[in-house]
Design a protein. Structure first.
Ligand code: 5GP
Ligand code: ZN
Length: 114
């Protein structure tokens, strides 16, 4: 996906503040943070949304949660609590069509979300 902003971040064509990287996953700070800690965790592979996941993506998605746990620990959120959010589709608030997991922490969150 040439036009995809997150694919461009993966390729280094758009700069980002990386907090984690391995062969399959990238974690970087959200440009417009909604909490004191706001990291986006994405697969390097372009997958548009949850709707596009297949069985072969299962390992990547499971791995993303373990990466989220690691990043949360590093940012001191283990005891404080944190939230992981994935918006699916425009009506749910998805603005970037490359699946991503918001890791949010450092403040109190309300439930249910707005
Ligand atoms: P969504 O609304 O799709 O769930 O989340 C997309 C997120 O990506 C937003 O929180 C937005 O601030 C973030 N974002 C969009 N463009 C960029 C960018 O170029 N760099 C970074 N670091 N974050 C971005
Ligand atoms: Zn992409």
């Amino acid at each position: 996906m040439e036009e995809c902003v997150f694919c461009k971040i993966v390729k280094g064509e758009i700069p980002s503040e990386k907090v984690y990287e391995d062969d399959t996953v990238l974690g970087f700070k959200d440009i417009n943070p909604a909490a004191p800690v706001h990291v986006l965790i994405i697969p390097k592979k372009h997958i548009e949304s949850i709707n596009d996941l297949t069985e072969e993506d299962s390992n990547i998605i499971a791995h993303i949660y373990l990466v989220a746990k690691k990043i949360a620990n590093e940012f001191g959120l283990k005891e404080k609590g944190y939230r992981i959010v994935t918006n699916c589709g425009e009506k749910a608030g998805q603005t970037v069509p490359h699946i991503h997991f918001h890791l949010l922490g450092g403040r109190t969150f309300k439930w249910p979300p707005g």
